[in-house]
Design a protein around this ligand. Structure first.
Ligand code: AOF
Ligand code: ZN
Length: 420
């Protein structure tokens, strides 16, 4: 059986190869009974109960399809669509890559029967605007589809209910809110970015059972196991940028690329927070072969010749006003948002983690705990900085969840400010 293209392709040649292959299989493969690499299993029939139970079942399928776009649609949403007629799935599609046809259009184009009178399940409200593509709501009306089941309303102010209006005014029955929480969670990056213009920031850190991110000698390879490390690379594939402090570059000289064995993946933009531009010109992040660029964020404290030398290595420099003598992270996030960066994976170190939490740019925390003990009064912990003096001032997470990778645990949670 063909391997699903989960996390497949990146930029350049492979990008086009993937898009080409998906287009061919979309239009031909599925509907000649061949296996389709876009759709791992192309079940043309899903049996289930009636009413809402059936709606959930088809929406689950649309949600699964939408996940195939992870990493490739940013900063646009992950969207899947399923068309059902006479109790059978007759067409499926998802938003495959940024700028490409929307999920609904792919599903309509893939339909193996006339969609007249059918129901379309789509994870996001069909759009009403002329963007890179014409409005999907109009295409649905013109197709003769009779009913639209929507997962979540589109938070994009250009759409926000107008897509549903177009459908209803044309006499199409619309149901909304099926699997809404799951779909919102999958699109949490899109929701924040489209409504604020600011990137969704995930603080990721890994520690031992006794709360250390390295031993007293600074050794940190590896605290977590392979499964956890793969999850980090999936996160890097998913986000637009990865951010670290200069301390991490000086200590570890990381590449900050995405490495997922057996599949091609997208590299994030690398952002180094480096107030005085201390980065060595030989640092790996300034000498990588990667389609994604490196950005050095500094303040006016940085030496101009040094900044010119960094630029001559191909990196971009962003100068921010000082915040407590360091890079202003709020300003930096606005600058990154303006460059189309919808999400940041913040990978330390402990000083930057504290500044990010203190300056309020963090939306989500992903904390790996590996059941190892290293001790040491001077061994580093995930969050340093000045520290919060009293527990009542502690930064609290809400909506926490636990994942597990072999012996490692991962705690994920959101900063309280997030209304989800
Ligand atoms: C997508 N894929 O499947 C759907 C989207 O930049 P454009 O013209 O492609 O439009 C992007 C907007 O379209 C997006 O912000 C969202 O509001 C709406 N729906 N977008 O990328 C899709 N259905
Ligand atoms: Zn659309």
């Amino acid at each position: 059986m063909a391997k699903p293209l989960k996390f497949v392709q990146t930029s350049g040649f492979f990008n086009y190869l993937h898009i080409f292959a998906n287009t061919i299989f979309n239009t031909l493969g599925t509907f000649r009974g061949k296996e389709c690499p876009q759709v791992a299993v192309c079940p043309l029939t899903l049996k289930g109960g009636g009413g809402e139970q059936l709606d959930r079942k088809y929406m689950e399928r649309a949600l699964e399809l939408s996940k195939r776009g992870i990493g490739f649609t940013k900063p646009n949403p992950l969207v899947g669509a399923v068309i059902v007629k006479d109790g059978k799935i007759i067409g499926e599609g998802y938003h495959q890559y940024f700028g490409g046809p929307h999920a609904e259009i792919n599903a309509i184009n893939n339909a193996k029967e006339d969609v007249k009178g059918a129901t379309i399940y789509v994870t996001l409200e069909p759009c009403s605007h002329y963007g890179k593509t014409p409005p999907c709501a109009k295409a649905i009306v013109e197709s003769g589809i009779a009913k639209v089941v929507v997962g979540m309303k589109d938070p994009n102010p250009l759409v926000a209910g107008k897509g549903i209006d177009i459908l209803e005014k044309s006499g199409i029955e619309v149901i909304t809110g099926i699997l809404e929480d799951d779909i919102k969670k999958l699109n949490e990056i899109f929701i924040k970015y489209i409504t604020t213009g600011l990137p969704f920031c995930i603080l990721k850190t890994a520690m031992t059972l006794d709360g250390k991110t390295a031993t007293v000698t600074g050794d940190s390879k590896w605290i977590t196991g392979e499964g956890s490390r793969r999850y980090v690379h999936e996160l890097r594939h998913k986000v637009s940028a990865v951010m670290v402090g200069i301390g991490t570059v000086l200590a570890d000289d990381p590449m900050l690329t995405t490495r997922l064995e057996g599949v091609q993946a997208v590299d994030p933009v690398r952002v180094i927070v480096d107030t005085k531009a201390r980065i060595p010109l030989a640092a790996k992040v300034l000498n990588l072969k990667s389609e994604a660029k490196t950005i050095i964020a500094a303040t006016s404290k940085a030496d101009r010749d040094r900044l010119d030398a960094i630029k001559s290595k191909g990196a971009e420099v962003i100068i921010t006003p000082p915040s407590d003598g360091k890079v202003d992270l709020g300003y930096l996030c606005r600058q990154l948002g303006e460059r189309g960066i919808d999400s940041i994976l913040l990978e330390g170190g402990s000083e930057l983690n504290y500044s990010a939490l203190e300056q309020g740019i963090v939306d989500k925390v992903v904390l790996f705990i590996s059941p190892k003990i290293v001790g040491g009064n001077n061994a580093k912990t995930p969050v340093g900085g000045k520290g919060i003096p009293f527990i009542k001032g502690a930064i609290a997470l809400v909506k926490t969840e636990i994942l597990r990778f072999n012996e490692d645990f991962v705690i994920e949670g959101y900063l309280r400010k997030e209304e989800k």
